[in-house]
Every structure is written in C-alpha cells, then in structure tokens.
Design a protein around this ligand. Structure first.
Ligand code: CIR
Length: 257
C-alpha cells in the first residue's frame, strides 16, 4: 500500500469569519462565497477520488479553522494533536481532539513549544519538520519525540525565510520525488530525493496534494499540471484564488489517512 492510498479525510466548513483569517500581506480579503465554493470543490474532488469525507461544522470563533491540517497530524498508526504557532489558532488542536479520538485508538498531544501541520512533510522513510514562524525549535523537538512513539523517524529542517510553512514550498509527488520552490530546493533539505523545481511563475503551485494517483493542484498552474501528468499522475485542477488570499493552499484543507 502506498502512502497516498487514503480512504478517509476530515475537513471543516469555512465559518463566516474565515474572511478575517490570518494573512501576511495586505492584499484584498477573500469573499465568503468564494471560500465556500473553493471548499466545496475540494470536498467534491476528495469524494470523487473515493475518500470518505467527514465534514465538521464551521467555528465562528476560529477564522482559520477550515485549515484543519495545521492543528493535527494523522497516520494509519495514530494521530497527534498539535499546538499551532499563531496565538489565534492555538485552541484549534483541542477542538479537533474529540473528533480524532473517535477515529484513532492512539492520539498523542504536543504539549511543548508550537508546531503547525503545514510544516510537516511525510515521506515513506521519515517525517520532515520545518522550523518556521509557526513551528519553533521546542515544538519541533517535542514533535519528533511523539513521532518516534508512532515509529516514525523525524528530521528538523529550515523553512526558507518569508515562507509560511514548509509545505507552502514543497510536496511529495512520488516516493522519491519532491516538488519544491527554487528557494527550498537550493537549501539542500531534500538530499537523496529527485527534486523537481516549480515551473517559473508557478512557485505557489508547490502546495499540491497527491491522493491515490490523482494530484489536486491550483487551476491556475498549467505548467505544474503538465509536469504532474508527465509523471503519469492525474492532475485535478481546483480553484484556489480565494484561499490563496489567506496564504493557504490545498494540502491544508484536509487531514487524510
Ligand atoms: C494561517 O495563516 O494560518 C492561515 N490563514 C492559512 C493556513 C494555511 N495552512 C497551511 O498552509 N498548512
């Protein structure tokens, strides 16, 4: 079984407050209709691929809670409740915990430092944890300890300056193949992998997500879609213009296992 043979996913509907989610720049805010439409298209794509998707209700008090990948990690062998680094997101882990306990026998909890799931890239051999503005050294080390409890080896790496999360700049597209932005590729983080560089002008397309032999990616990255197709995978282009206004991409809208 490959690491992309997911059967289940958890997502959370965007709250009305999602338009006030965190964003580093001062560009226009997204529209709620746009966020909902992108979320619905994403859920439909996961279902079409065959996943059983549990859709959690919106949380008005938590504008960024539709990005469920940041407060938790899930593996076939168990889940980890994280401590997101942004103060406004800190409680999102605790809110997901009861859901995870229903689905996983083993649920571990990070209780030191901070770590966001967006900074965690899982490969067959090891788990890469990117230090970032959201994931600090204490959180990364404690998380590596929890991953060891699940039998997973972790390595702590640097995320390029100005990048929100490690996976804003990278994705695993095959067992030994990583798609990365030029900045992350140049860091040498993924030595031993074949590293494909994002096509020029499509750096934000690095945040894509493989599910089975399909790859969900932003509809406005045609050269990236060609690159994926050339690897024998099926690109599934999805609208991402509104979530991009919240610095988000496709991996962060679900937990998959
Ligand atoms: C945030 O800044 O936390 C949200 N507006 C976006 C989170 C995106 N998550 C991700 O890339 N894993």
């Amino acid at each position: 079984m490959s690491i992309w043979d997911f059967t289940s996913a958890i997502v959370r509907r965007p709250a009305d407050s999602a338009i006030h989610g965190l964003r580093a720049g001062d560009g226009p805010a997204p529209s709620i209709a746009g966020l909902r439409a992108e979320h619905e298209a994403y859920v439909a794509a996961l279902k079409e691929i065959g996943l059983a998707v549990e859709i959690l209700p919106p949380l008005e008090e938590h504008p960024d809670s539709m990005f469920v990948e940041d407060p938790a990690l899930v593996f076939p062998e168990g889940a980890i409740v994280l401590r997101p680094g942004a103060p406004t997101r800190r409680d999102e882990g605790a809110l997901l915990e009861p859901v995870l306990r229903r689905k996983f026998e083993t649920v571990l909890t990070l209780d030191e430092g901070s770590a966001d799931g967006g900074d965690v890239l899982v490969t067959r051999e090891r788990v890469y944890i990117g230090r970032s503005n959201r994931t600090d050294e204490a959180g990364a080390r404690a998380l590596a300890g929890l991953l060891a409890e699940l039998g997973r080896e972790a390595v702590i790496v640097a995320t390029p300056p100005g990048t929100l999360h490690l996976k804003s700049d990278s994705a695993l597209i095959d067992e030994e193949v990583i798609l990365a932005t030029p900045a992350l590729a140049a860091s040498g983080t993924f030595e031993g992998f074949e590293v494909l560089i994002t096509p020029e002008g499509e750096e934000s397309g690095a945040n894509l997500v493989r599910v089975g032999d399909s790859v969900l990616l932003g509809a406005h990255w045609p050269k990236t879609a060609d690159l994926i197709a050339a690897r024998g995978l099926a690109p599934v282009p999805l609208p991402t213009g509104e979530i991009a206004r919240l610095d988000a991409g496709l991996s962060c809208m679900s937990l998959r296992w």
